[in-house]
Design a binder for this molecule. Structure first.
Ligand SMILES: C[S@@+](CC[C@H](N)C(=O)[O-])C[C@H]1O[C@@H](n2cnc3c(N)ncnc32)[C@H](O)[C@@H]1O
Length: 252
């Protein structure tokens, strides 16, 4: 039985078990199962549903990293929630960079290893990173942190494994603040996107979960506060593409 079928089955006996409630609990095993199921069509749907702009967002994070790490000769970089490895591969373009990707989904990691054999990919959990304190010059995460079971703990781990003077680069989807854009975006996100996704992926549950997870995730100032509470200083954020995506940059 697939994860989506299991959830449909559960709905019959536990009517309260929905994509919305998974967003509230973010149980590690459910998140892993969901991404394992999504893996085969993840890249294709990501590029289709974002009209190919997702690569531009990753390149924007890499551009900022290049500027801020220009004096670090061989930066060690950790890409958390690496999925199929696209942000890890983008940030690996920094001169001399040694990048490690980490994710909790074995199926996503298998694809990442096939796509980018030169990068090291490890299975692990963001809230308990298997690395020494102060071991990386940068920690990145693309479209991943809103799935963390314990966001504050995850951000504290990002801070812990960074060297003093290091930076974190986090990309997340954003709900536009302009009322008209917000309305259009939510129609696309809640009504159109799940229907397109259902044509190509058997994981309809994941694309029902997606808008809930984005809508309820703290954004801009609210997420900056979480980064500050984790110990980061000089937190800034850069909304991109009519505020449909946002890049956070914070230093240790
Ligand atoms: C939407 S995908 C993003 C993948 C990739 N970073 C990208 O830019 O396309 C989110 C990934 O976060 C991973 N993930 C979610 N929670 C995690 C956690 N607590 N620890 C490690 N990985 C996690 C999932 O397994 C999934 O592969």
């Amino acid at each position: 039985m697939t994860f989506t079928e299991k959830k449909a089955d559960m709905l019959m006996s536990h009517p309260k078990e929905t994509a919305k409630s998974l967003n509230q609990t973010k149980s590690r095993s459910s998140i892993r199962e969901m991404f394992d199921e999504v893996a085969p069509t993840y890249d294709f749907l990501n590029h289709l549903l974002s009209l190919g702009i997702d690569n531009y967002w990753r390149a924007a994070a890499t551009g900022r990293a290049k500027k801020l790490l220009k004096n670090v000769p061989q930066p060690r970089i950790l890409d958390v929630a690496t999925g199929t490895g696209d942000l890890a591969a983008s940030i690996a373009k920094l001169p001399g960079a040694k990048v490690t990707g980490l994710d909790l989904s074995p199926e996503m990691l298998e694809l990442a290893r096939k796509k980018y054999p030169a990068i090291t990919f490890l299975e692990g959990y963001a809230e308990k990173l298997p690395f020494d304190t102060a071991s990386f010059d940068a920690v990145s995460a693309g479209f991943g942190v809103r799935n963390f079971e314990n966001l504050q703990q995850g951000m504290s781990e990002f801070h812990r494994v960074l060297k003093p003077g290091g930076y974190t680069f986090i990309i997340e989807p954003m709900i536009p603040r302009n009322p008209l854009m917000k309305k259009l975006y939510l129609i696309y996100f809640k009504k159109v996107l799940p229907k397109i996704a259902a044509l190509f992926s058997k994981s309809t549950f994941a694309y029902d979960y997606l808008p809930h997870s984005v809508e309820q995730f703290p954004q801009a100032e609210a997420f900056s506060e979480i980064l500050k509470k984790a110990g980061f200083r000089a937190v800034s954020y850069f909304p991109m593409t009519f505020e449909t995506s946002i890049l956070y940059v914070a230093g240790k």
